[in-house]
Design a protein around this ligand. Structure first.
Ligand SMILES: Nc1ncnc2c1ncn2[C@@H]1O[C@H](COP(=O)(O)OP(=O)(O)OP(=O)(O)O)[C@@H](O)[C@H]1O
Length: 356
C-alpha cells in the first residue's frame, strides 16, 4: 500500500498545447493517503480515465510527477508500479478454473503454493465464489466473470494500490449493490489504497471515504460524502451531488445580506473578496422550509417520490426545488425560508468563506 502524490500533473493529448482548454487534465496537485478508499467521480469526458491511466502508468503525463510513498514513478511502466487494476469489462482466463484465475497473479510472483491456496480461499469466500471455485471461467455469466476480475484485483496483499475503472458497468443492479458493499468491507479488512472511477454518485458515495469530484479536467473537491453535501466547494459539486441538486441563485452581496431580486436574505456571515465576480447563493432543496411566511414563491409542480415530495417552484424568476416531507402539504399562499446552515455563497463558481 502506498500514499500517492500527484505533483502538478497536467496532460494534453495534442502536441504543443497552449491554452487551458487544450489540456484533458489542467492541473492536478493532491496527495492521497495510504490505505484510503477514493472514488473519482465526474461526468463523461472530465478526465477520470486520463488521471487513472497516469496513476497506473498506461499514460505518461505531459507535465508533473507522480510519487508512490515519496518515490518518483513517473517514468515507470505499469508492471513496475506494483498495482492491481480492474477494468470495466472482465479480464479472465477462460480455460482456467475460477480458483486458478485468482491464483495466477500470486503464482506469477513465485508465492509458495500453500500461501497461494490460503489467500485464494480467503478471497473466494469474501466475494462469494467458493461454490464455483473449480469451474472453468468459460461459460460463466458476465457478472460472475467480473467478480473473478474483482477477486484478481484484490488477491495480492503487497500492491501499492488497486485501481477500479467503472468495474460494475456490466453487473446487474441487484448484484451491483451487493458488490459495492462487499468492496467496502474488503477495503476495511485489507486496507489497500483504492481508487475507484465512476460517474455514478451512489456508487461513489457508498464506496468511498473520500470522493474526488472532477469537472472540466480539474479536481473541484475532495471530501467526505457529508462535506460534498453540506459544503460544495464548487457549484458543479452542488448540482452533481444530490437529487435534485443544489439550487444556485444569482445574488448581489451587501455585507452579510444577499439580494435576490426583491428579496433580501440574511447570510451566516459577510462574504469577502468577491469584487467583480459573478456571485451566487447555493441552497440545497433539503434546507428550504415551505410555509406561510418568508419569501413568496409560485409552485409549478409537485413530484411525489415516496419518502418525500419535491416541489418545483419559482422565486424571483428563478427555478427552485424544495424537499417537502411526505406528510406536509403546500400552503395556499406559499413562502419559503432558507436554513442559515444550508446557505453557501459562490464567486465565479467557487465557494467563498463567510465571516462570523
Ligand atoms: N486517446 C485520446 N486522444 C485524444 N483525446 C482523448 C483521448 N482520451 C481521452 N481524450 C479526451 O480527453 C478528455 C478526458 O477524457 P477521459 O476519458 O479521461 O474522461 P472520463 O472522465 O474518463 O470520461 P468517461 O466517463 O466518458 O470515460 C475528453 O475530452 C476526451 O475526449
Amino acid at each position: 500500500m502506498a500514499r500517492i502524490d500527484l505533483d502538478h500533473i497536467r496532460h494534453a493529448y495534442m502536441a504543443n498545447p497552449s491554452r487551458d482548454e487544450d489540456y484533458a487534465l489542467r492541473e492536478v496537485h493532491h496527495s492521497w493517503d495510504d490505505g484510503g478508499a477514493y472514488a473519482l467521480l465526474g461526468p463523461s469526458g472530465c478526465g477520470k480515465t486520463t488521471l487513472l491511466n497516469i496513476i497506473s502508468g498506461l499514460l505518461t503525463p505531459s507535465e508533473g510527477k507522480i510519487l508512490f510513498d515519496g518515490k518518483d514513478v513517473t517514468g515507470l511502466q505499469p508492471e513496475e508500479r506494483n498495482i492491481a487494476q480492474v477494468f470495466q469489462f472482465p479480464v479472465v482466463y477462460d480455460t482456467m478454473s475460477v480458483a486458478d484465475n485468482l491464483a495466477f497473479p500470486l503464482r506469477n510472483r513465485g508465492m509458495a503454493e500453500a500461501d497461494v491456496q490460503a489467500r485464494v480461499s480467503e478471497v473466494l469466500e469474501m466475494i462469494d465464489l467458493v461454490d464455483i471455485a473449480n469451474r472453468k471461467a468459460r461459460g460463466l455469466t458476465a457478472d460472475l466473470k467480473q467478480k473473478i476480475s474483482l477477486g484478481r484485483g484484490l488477491v495480492r496483499a503487497d500492491v501499492n494500490a488497486i485501481l477500479f475503472d467503472e468495474p460494475l458497468t456490466v453487473i446487474d443492479p441487484h448484484m451491483k449493490w451487493q458488490l459495492r458493499s462487499q468492496l467496502k468491507l474488503l477495503h476495511r479488512r485489507f486496507g489497500h489504497t483504492m481508487v475507484y472511477v465512476t460517474h455514478d454518485q451512489t456508487e461513489a458515495l457508498t464506496f468511498a471515504d473520500k470522493v474526488v469530484v472532477m469537472y472540466g479536467g480539474e479536481i473541484v473537491q475532495i471530501g467526505t460524502p457529508q462535506e460534498l453535501f453540506e459544503r460544495p466547494s464548487h457549484t458543479f459539486v452542488g448540482y452533481f451531488i444530490g437529487s435534485p441538486g443544489m439550487n444556485v441563485l444569482p445574488v448581489a452581496l451587501d455585507g452579510a445580506r444577499a439580494q435576490l431580486g426583491e428579496q433580501s436574505i440574511v447570510l451566516p456571515g459577510a462574504a469577502s473578496r468577491t469584487d467583480g465576480k459573478r456571485t451566487e447563493l447555493g441552497i440545497r432543496p433539503e434546507y428550504i422550509r415551505l410555509g406561510a411566511t418568508g419569501m413568496p414563491v409560485s409552485v409549478r409542480a409537485i413530484e411525489d417520490i415516496g419518502r418525500h415530495k419535491i416541489v418545483r417552484a419559482m422565486i424571483e424568476g428563478h427555478e427552485l426545488a424544495i424537499v417537502l416531507d411526505e406528510n406536509s402539504s403546500v400552503p395556499a399562499d406559499p413562502h419559503v425560508t432558507f436554513d442559515s446552515t444550508g446557505i453557501n455563497i459562490y464567486a465565479d463558481d467557487w465557494r467563498v468563506k463567510l465571516g462570523g
